[in-house]
Design a protein around this ligand. Structure first.
Ligand code: AMP
Length: 209
């Protein structure tokens, strides 16, 4: 199973990706996580990516595509993978088609009015879990692994606004791109809980298996 997860920032892609990877035994590849790990490690890639991420812009296509291409050459992805946050532009999608044959693009449709609160209230754990402050009751550690929760640097109103603009201009055209290839399935998130969204996701993916 080779999947793409598409959706605006805050659509819940990361949460669903963790669950899909667990249930279907596919490798979760998040370009955002790769960039954040590089920033933390102080690498050249991290230094370059940081200025774009802080501004809510896309890291240059060529660098991003090279990272994904290298990652997809590793043995562990042979049984399947899901790309979370890649491709994010038509150029990236075209490049991807040269080195990967994707089965399905899962598009998470969210109400953009909800996104600002969702993202600015988001607290994440290094293990991949994420929470909303309103549900934490003052807790600062992850219920799954006990790790310390933190707020991503780019989860602030100004950067979120820029990320949404970037999504609308650069990434949203991918919906039509994959629909034209009959490779698109849309999950409408609305006010659904993560469990309910995951149920809808499984309905789609079980037909693929
Ligand atoms: P994410 O964790 O997916 O929300 O990504 C965080 C940030 O990393 C984005 O706002 C971009 O600046 C950068 N990024 C992640 N994936 C990509 C990509 N496929 N192309 C370009 N930039 C990306």
């Amino acid at each position: 199973m080779k999947l793409i997860l598409l959706g605006a920032p805050g659509a819940g892609k990361g949460t669903q990706a963790t669950r899909i990877a667990e249930k279907y035994g596919v490798i979760h590849i998040s370009t955002g996580d790769i960039f954040r790990a590089n920033i933390k490690g102080g690498t050249e890639i991290g230094k370059l990516a940081k200025s774009y991420i802080d501004a809510g812009k896309l890291v240059p296509d060529s660098l991003t595509c090279d990272i994904v291409k290298d990652r997809l050459e590793k043995d562990d992805v042979k049984a399947g993978y899901l790309l979370d946050g890649f491709p994010r532009s038509l150029y990236q999608a075209e490049e991807l088609s040269k080195f990967a044959d994707i089965d399905l693009c899962l598009n998470f449709e969210v109400d953009t009015a909800l996104i600002m609160d969702r993202i600015c209230g988001r607290r994440v754990c290094a293990c991949g879990e994420s929470y909303h402050v309103s549900t934490l009751g003052g807790k600062t550690t992850c219920a799954k692994c006990g790790g310390e929760l933190y707020q991503r640097e780019d989860d602030n109103p100004e950067t979120v606004k820029a990320r949404l603009d970037t999504y609308n201009v650069m990434t949203a055209p991918l919906i039509a791109y994959y629909a034209a290839q009959n490779k698109l399935a849309t999950v409408v998130c609305g006010t659904k809980t993560p469990d309910e969204v995951f149920e809808a996701v499984c309905e789609v993916l079980d037909k693929l298996d």
